[in-house]
Ligand binder design. Structure first.
Ligand SMILES: [Zn+2]
Ligand SMILES: [Zn+2]
Length: 1201
């Protein structure tokens, strides 16, 4: 030490302290690695270090950079936890300027902080550490750390270097971090470089000559030395444990591929770059077996790389390959997919974002995508941090390969080279992937095209974001994404041929998996549940057209008539129409204890679903809960609820008359349209049993594989803790086999066993098919065993009470189906034994024994159980049977198709309300909502029954929209005073949707045209026939005609500009014109009185629009006119001689009105069924005759004008 310090006598104490630290560092970390044959002492080495440092610091060579601390490699790797930059030569101003620029360019990152560290070490290529992976390292006695350089020279290898400017980027274990060497290193030791040509340089051969040599195919070639310009540098590959890389030397029009296979030459990969001229000595000729024996050059042990004067860089952004770029290739399969050829280009740009480091996706210059997936993964970041400037050669240019990413994507393949031209000055992290990521493995296994790969990455992001970790474990995300890719690509272009790496690297013209790509395909967008919900919430009001909700006669409606149809409307829309491109939803089907529908959920949201299953009377199997499904076909339903007070149709464009509005959105789907991406445990058992049983499986499911996770969070939602309640060892349980016989509706009920609060609940009646059974492990939905079925012919009845959270089972329970009820973690058979309900005051409350379901119990549908012929489930009636059945019981259950839904006037507080209910408004229910459902017979659509339903009792019933097939259970059949049959809901009533095909097809309630009817048929057996029919007959005469201007608010007669009401006065200013005609029509079989209302009167009287308007003007003076038939004329009581009356008389008796006519009519409610007594004159004699009441019809439409 003293000997060393002697050289620095005049330095200050601080400098001396610094010098001794340097000396100590050199002695410990560097000197031990110096070749002893050089005879270099510690002192000499230390002096050399100090002199190099002084020179690197710059002009002020006498001073020493005491602010810099010598750091050893091991200390750097061990202790440096934050990224830093160290530079001996930069001034503060220079650093700050660069830092400011970096922060401006990438505002989301801070610039790298400066740290004054002095780094000295040996540059080596990993052979010292036992690997020849082509990665350069900086090493001292304490250890080594990977490094990457902008340029490197073979001459630096193995030499002691001072690194003037570098970044250190720490990473998480096991890789400690790496160095980005910015300025070229400075050689510390001065020993003369022994020039080692490694063979003679005398026979340097041009590329043209070498190419000829390779073509000649003559044996016994000695070693050659080739010089030329590097045109292609391929990435380092590791195949079969052997590492190699390939470069192509070009000159003029010829090129030769050179394979560098020697382990000790792998570091050359960092020393060559495209555009550089090199000379490589001692190359041998050999033939590639993989490529039809094609002859190439390879290096030998003696080979040396000699860089020559670098020539001009090829221009960036230029197309080096001018093949036809945008001519679509003939595509053999589906013409919908456009296949395009990519172009090879060179490109220079800055990394601005890491899109997905695992998938090798980056963003450059804020708009261009970069895909590195077709090259082996970089072991460590390799300088690919946001802010780094890259130079790419032979990279594929793709335009619109994927709709869910940048329009332009540059994709590297095995022929491409990527070089960092400037390291990032931002403190952006380097994201390490280590070896191949899951996506890249999938890419290699399936030989994915680049468009498919980009979609896979899009899909993988979506799955990770929405389902991981709750339903899909992180390591399974890619598997799920792969299944989705299979699903969307089903039947589309076949995958590429197997990759041939040698062909890909050296063949001309270049051919690789990226050469062609599909334009914008797969284009299927994956929406999250929240996204579809939000879209629907916007669409529901955007699509609202008030006029379309009103009947065509809206101009004749008074305010109450006008506002009624606006109260509720539904807007069903197929999913395919929600977005311009194809669309898919992904989610888990689950039961929700607050709703009576299944739900589709992901981590973003939950959406109610009305699900049906074809066959089995629409019953949805319990096995669907917990399945991860993909929905491509379904109907988005948006129901609108509005309170409006429009005075007349003229005000419809003023939204201020809408006083309240809200909506409900949900999906309607058929489970047969779903694709199972990951089945629930019960579903995978069902599918495998079906496969074993030889029955073809219906739902298309992913390949048989254990579910990604027990997807079924079957535990009740009431306990959402993530701790699995399922014990690891198979737990004992007890089960009971049941056949459901009836199901009641969900309503608020008194709690069981003394619970005070009202709870949602419902009751089912079931038959026990056997005794309670013990199991060693959960049998779930496996096939029934013999012992489960009791031998008894009479099955005991049991009432199942579902309260509170158990209400979730409602959508999957259907009368007629067989279920296994399971109580887990118990061997006590008595828990499933139904008990007689506790008597209160000595009175038994319920007739049959009852069982209160516990939230932790499970129910499984046993779909293989055939419906029992002797089951106690009564067959459902048809609508016609309910209408006409003479012996129809008072409580009926029937099925039909919903054709119309009308919201009834609010009660206005007439109904007593339960305080506790109204206090807490449940979002799942609607307050005070009563509807009239018109249900038509499924077979004869003319038969329609009105069903009055109170929807405010329990959770809102979804899916009651026109076109839905319904099963209605336990409603009360009533007959009105006018002898019409209708039904009314009871608290136990329940309705289930069984088919949605006519809803989703968008046809809505557009029924087949009503049947042709003879009036005689209608008159003789009025109610046996449909209520709507077409009639062709003759207008005998107009019996009466009433024309009136009506106040739209109060309904009084409106004269000129004011309402006629005086007590109390009405200040309304709007009025509507209304007309009604009563006409005698006969068709030869009978006659009828047909009523025509406002809009059809104009057609009946054959008036033009002008005449009709003129008539309205005339009526406005008096407010109203009523004419009726007396004798052969029409007259009016008030103004018999008025010209208007004369005119109407004339019109009504004209041959234009009394004509053949084709109408659609419906039967009018009869006021009385009693026959009428009428006087009939015959000559002088007067008779009193009994006439049956005239058939009264209401005209709905006039077909002939
Ligand atoms: Zn390629
Ligand atoms: Zn009025």
């Amino acid at each position: 030490m003293e000997e060393f310090l002697k050289h620095f006598k005049h330095h200050s104490r601080a400098e001396l302290r610094w010098l001794s630290e340097v000396f100590e560092g050199v002695r410990q970390q560097l000197h031990p690695l110096i070749d002893p044959s050089l005879g270099l002492s510690v002192v000499r080495l230390s002096l050399a270090v100090v002199s190099k440092v002084q020179r690197a610091v710059g002009s002020d060579s006498s001073g020493l950079p005491v602010s810099y601390r010598l750091v050893s490699v091991s200390e750097l790797a061990r202790e440096q936890r934050t990224a830093c930059l160290s530079s001996l030569s930069w001034s503060s101003a220079h650093y700050l300027e660069g830092a400011k620029w970096a922060e401006q360019k990438l505002p989301e990152y801070k610039a790298l902080p400066r740290d004054n560290l002095l780094l000295i070490g040996f540059l080596c290529d990993g052979r010292a550490a036992g690997t020849s992976d082509g990665v350069w390292r900086v090493r001292d006695a304490g250890g080594s750390v990977s490094c990457t350089m902008l340029t490197s020279s073979c001459l630096w290898l193995g030499r002691l270097m001072l690194f003037p400017t570098w970044n250190y980027i720490p990473q998480n274990a096991p890789v400690a971090g790496y160095l980005e060497l910015i300025d070229p290193p400075v050689c510390v030791t001065l020993e003369a470089m022994a020039f080692d040509p490694g063979g003679t340089l005398s026979e340097v051969m041009s590329v043209t000559r070498a190419a000829e040599l390779l073509r000649q195919r003559c044996e016994d070639q000695g070693c050659v030395c080739v010089s030329g310009q590097v045109s292609v540098v391929c990435p380092l590959l590791l195949i079969g444990g052997k590492r190699f890389f390939c470069l192509v030397l070009s000159e003029g029009g010829s090129s030769v591929p050179v394979f560098i296979t020697e382990a000790k030459h792998q570091y050359w990969r960092q020393c060559v770059c495209v555009g550089q001229s090199v000379c490589i000595s001692s190359l041998r000729v050999c033939s590639l077996q993989g490529l039809d024996g094609r002859r190439v050059l390879t290096d030998s042990c003696q080979s040396r790389l000699h860089p020559q004067e670098s020539s001009e860089e090829p221009d960036t952004h230029t197309h080096t390959d001018d093949t036809d770029t945008h001519t679509p290739l003939p595509s053999s399969s589906a013409p919908s997919v456009r296949v395009k050829r990519s172009t090879l280009i060179s490109f220079k740009g800055t990394v601005t974002k890491v899109l997905n480091a695992e998938a090798g996706l980056y963003e450059m210059d804020g708009q261009v995508g970069l895909c590195l997936a077709y090259q082996p993964a970089q072991k460590w970041g390799g300088g690919l941090r946001p802010g780094a400037e890259l130079q790419l050669h032979n990279v594929h240019f793709l335009y619109q390969a994927c709709p869910f990413g940048p329009r332009v994507v540059l994709c590297v393949c095995l022929r491409s080279s990527l070089q960092v031209r400037a390291f990032s000055r931002s403190s952006s992290p380097a994201e390490v992937t280590g070896s191949h990521s899951a996506q890249q493995r999938l890419l290699l296994e399936r030989n994915l095209g680049v468009s498919e790969y980009l979609w896979l990455c899009y899909c993988q992001n979506a799955v990770a974001e929405r389902l991981c970790p709750r339903w899909v474990r992180a390591e399974r995300v890619c598997v799920v994404a792969g299944r989705l890719l299979d699903f969307v690509c089903d039947g589309e272009p076949k995958r590429q041929k197997k990759r041939d790496i040698y062909r890909e690297m050296i063949q001309e013209p270049h051919q690789c998996p990226v050469t062609t790509y599909c334009v914008m395909w797969p284009a299927v967008a994956l929406w999250s549940v929240r996204q579809v919900c939000e879209w629907m919430r916007c669409e529901v009001w955007a699509s609202l057209s008030l006029l379309s909700l009103l009947p065509s006669s809206s101009t004749h409606l008074t305010a109450p008539e006008l506002n009624a149809p606006l109260r509720w409307s539904a807007h069903p829309l197929p999913l395919a129409l929600a977005a311009p491109g194809p669309l898919m939803l992904l989610g888990v089907l689950e039961l929700d204890h607050t709703r009576t529908t299944l739900t589709l959920r992901d981590q973003t949201h939950t959406l109610a679903c009305v699900c049906v299953q074809t066959g089995q009377s629409g019953a949805v199997d319990t096995a669907w809960q917990g399945c991860l499904v993909c929905v491509r076909r379904c109907t988005l339903v948006m129901e609108r609820f509005m309170k409006t007070n429009f005075p007349s149709w003229k005000h419809l464009d003023q939204p201020s008359y809408i006083t309240h509005k809200h909506c409900r959105v949900y999906l309607q789907l058929c489970v047969d349209d779903l694709t199972i991406i990951s089945p629930s445990a019960a579903m995978s058992r069902r599918l495998s049993e079906r496969r074993d049983g030889g029955t073809p499986e219906r739902p298309r499911a992913a390949p048989a594989e254990a579910p990604t996770r027990p997807l079924t969070p079957e535990r009740p939602r009431a306990a959402p803790a993530e701790v699995p309640t399922r014990p690891l060892t198979p737990a004992a349980c007890v089960s009971l086999l049941l056949r459901l016989e009836s199901k009641q509706g969900v309503a608020l009920q008194n709690g069981w066993g003394g619970a005070q609060r009202l709870q949602l609940g419902f009751v089912c009646r079931a038959a026990c098919l056997g005794d309670v059974q013990r199991w060693g492990r959960d049998p779930k939905n496996s096939r029934t065993e013999e012992r489960e079925r009791g031998g008894a012919s009479v099955c005991p009845q049991v009432e199942l009470h579902f309260m509170g959270p158990c209400v979730r089972w409602f959508p999957v329970l259907h009368p007629g189906c067989v279920y296994r009820l399971i109580a887990l973690n118990t061997e006590d058979v008595s828990v499933l034994k139904a008990k007689g309900v506790s008597a209160r005051g000595g009175v038994k409350q319920l007739s049959s024994p009852a069982l209160l379901l516990q939230p932790q119990w499970r129910i499984h549908t046993l779909a293989d159980e055939l419906p029992d012929t002797q089951s106690g489930v009564p067959a459902l009636m048809t609508v016609s049977e309910v209408l006409h059945g003479s012996s129809a019981t008072e409580i009926v259950s029937f099925y039909g198709v919903l054709s119309q839904r009308i919201t009834l006037q609010e009660d206005g507080g007439t109904k007593p309300k339960i305080q506790s209910l109204t206090a807490v408004q449940d979002p799942n229910s609607e307050a005070d909502l009563r509807v009239r459902l018109s249900v038509q017979d499924a077979q004869s659509p003319g038969q329609v029954i009105h069903l009055y339903w109170d929807l405010s009792g329990g959770p809102y019933t979804h899916g009651l929209i026109a076109g839905a097939s319904l099963q209605v259970h336990h409603v009360q059949r009533k007959v009105s005073r006018a002898c019409n049959v209708y039904c009314r809901s009871l608290p136990i009533s329940c309705v289930s949707i069984t088919d949605l095909s006519s809803v989703s097809s968008g046809s809505g309630a557009s029924p087949s045209p009503p049947p042709m009817m003879l009036l005689g048929e209608w008159a003789s057996a009025r109610t046996q026939r449909g209520v709507v029919g077409q009639v062709k007959g003759h207008v005998v005469r107009v019996l009466s005609l009433r024309l009136q201007w009506t106040c739209s608010l109060c309904g009084s007669i409106f004269r000129q500009t004011s309402c006629g009401r005086t007590h109390p006065p009405c200040d309304s200013t709007s009025a509507v014109f209304q007309a009604e005609a009563k006409v005698a029509v006969e068709d030869g079989s009978a006659d009828a009185h047909v009523f025509f209302s406002s809009d059809t009167v104009c057609d009946l009287l054959m008036m033009s629009a002008g005449q009709w308007e003129g008539l309205q003007r005339h009526v406005r003076v008096k407010g109203h006119v009523k004419v009726y038939t007396r004798g052969y004329n029409m007259t009016c009581d008030e103004y018999p001689d008025d010209s208007l009356v004369q005119y109407l008389n004339c019109v009504c008796s004209s041959s234009a009105v009394c004509r053949r006519i084709h109408l659609t009519c419906r039967i009018r409610a009869q006021r009385t069924g009693k026959p009428q007594l009428r006087k009939v004159h015959r000559g002088q004699t007067e008779f009193i005759c009994k006439f049956p009441p005239a058939l009264q019809l209401q005209c709905q439409h006039i077909h002939t004008r």
